[in-house]
Design a protein. Structure first.
Length: 195
């Protein structure tokens, strides 16, 4: 029996395809080939306001269009978060989406810092796929991969999600069609393995 996988494809431009769309499609294809059920969520196709106060984050009402997303995550075995690096981190639209969906009472606990992974989404695994114009080794080792650390330490681990694996697709401005196809093959393989 296959796993339930939710892919959050976080590129904020849904008017034309980008590398993140291509990689999400490849992962979903591989997962489907292996018998896993896959749901693709694209925050850019959902209308929601940004949160503007701690009180709103802790006690505000979740926009109705995001309630189904929360339920999908609750039912998932494996999460995939995909986004391009903009100014060294995830695009604002994706951050705003995560602030809504992973709020207190569902995943986050603002009054405790959990490093033990005992949060309410315990038992799920995740992969983060980041695309960047910087070479992957430069991003990981010279820059220290700050966005990946943020996702792991401040979002997924406190919610109990783990292990959290990462893929960095670097030098994206210079990728040839052959290199993009090689990345498609890698992501399809990861999808088949739900890794």
């Amino acid at each position: 029996m296959g796993l339930r996988i939710v892919i959050v494809q976080g590129h904020p431009d849904c008017r034309r395809p980008h590398l993140c769309h291509t990689l999400a499609e490849a992962y979903a294809e591989g997962a489907g080939e292996a018998g896993h059920s896959v749901e693709l969520v694209e925050p850019a196709r959902l209308a929601f306001p940004l949160l503007s106060s701690p009180a709103e984050w802790r006690h505000g009402t979740l926009p109705p269009q995001l309630e189904a997303v929360q339920e999908s995550i609750r039912q998932a075995d494996h999460l995939v978060l995909m986004y391009p690096l903009w100014l060294g981190d995830m695009p604002a639209m994706l951050k705003g989406f995560l602030e809504h969906v992973l709020r207190p009472g569902f995943a986050a606990n603002p009054s405790a810092v959990r490093l033990s992974g005992d949060g309410s989404l315990r038992g799920r695994t995740a992969r983060v796929v980041v695309s960047t114009p910087v070479a992957a080794p430069v991003y990981r080792w010279l820059h220290g991969a700050p966005s990946l650390k943020l996702v792991r330490r401040s979002i997924f681990v406190p919610a109990g999600i783990g292990p959290v694996r990462a893929t960095v697709v670097g030098s994206t401005d210079d990728l040839s069609e052959e290199e993009v196809e090689r990345w498609r093959v890698r992501l399809r393989r990861l999808g088949r393995r739900a890794r």
